[in-house]
Design a protein around this ligand. Structure first.
Ligand SMILES: *Cc1c(COP(=O)(O)O)cnc(C)c1O
Length: 234
């Protein structure tokens, strides 16, 4: 995708966010657009940064480290949003600003221990298995409160909120259901953890529903960068 196309895609996306916010009487500025740059090259990220995007989301560690290093001059905000294996936590703690996909205490403890002291606290969201889809990622709702309480006590990390990737749904109303459940879950946690302020939810196909239900970060790949490349051609 060339820079003109990217600029058009971004303009369309920002208009969707603006309209979505307006419909729910929210300020567009409350909604942070995270450009999901997995499978995209450093050149594409640089082009998006030149168009004003500051937040980028990555799923695959090796690929992301190369990009983060190549784009060090831009001082971007990097979010890790993929599944996390224990042996990857050190590199994540050293190179990312946010992690959205924490779903067990052991991972949070390792990120906390491995976050370098000279960096600001690592910002964390807990990934919730909200529509109980077969994907193994995400803490079950019944275990969420205990996990949040434990993670909130760890040093060098700051628990900010919740993230979910619901199963695809074909109507707006159905898309809203899991996002509303995530909003409710955050509200319950806020009784004891009033500092929580983040709902990371909504992707290209369901961002309007997510915004209607209170998303503060939407994670957009396809509708910014175009269809994803597969391993064979990218
Ligand atoms: C790939 C990905 C996205 C972006 O999905 P699109 O449908 O391309 O917008 C968002 N969140 C996560 C966790 C992802 O893996």
């Amino acid at each position: 995708m060339d820079t003109d196309q990217l600029a058009q895609q971004l303009a369309k996306l920002r208009e969707r966010v603006r309209l979505g916010a307006e419909k729910s009487q929210r300020e567009p500025a409350e909604i942070r657009v995270l450009a999901v740059s997995k499978t995209r090259g450093a050149d594409e990220v640089r082009a998006a940064a030149a168009l004003g995007v500051r937040d980028f989301g990555e799923n695959y560690l090796q690929e992301s480290l190369t990009k983060i290093d190549a784009l060090d001059d831009l001082k971007l905000c990097w979010h890790f949003i993929g599944p996390i294996q224990s042996n990857k936590t050190r590199a994540i703690a050293e190179h990312f600003d946010w992690v959205h996909s924490v779903d067990r205490l052991k991972i949070a403890q390792r990120l906390s221990e491995q976050r370098p002291a000279h960096l600001p606290d690592l910002q964390l969201c807990l990934q919730v298995n909200i529509s109980a889809q077969d994907s193994k990622s995400g803490v079950a709702l019944c275990d969420l409160s205990a996990l949040a309480t434990a993670v909130a006590q760890l040093p060098r990390v700051q628990l900010r909120g919740l993230m979910a990737i619901p199963a695809p749904a074909d109507t707006f109303a159905r898309q809203c259901e899991p996002f509303a459940a995530l909003r409710t879950a955050l509200g319950q946690l806020q009784a004891n953890l009033p500092e929580l302020d983040t709902l990371s939810m909504g992707m290209s196909a369901d961002l309007e529903a997510a915004i209607a239900e209170g998303a503060t970060i939407v994670r957009i790949g396809t509708d910014i960068f175009g269809p994803r490349r597969t391993a064979s051609n990218g």
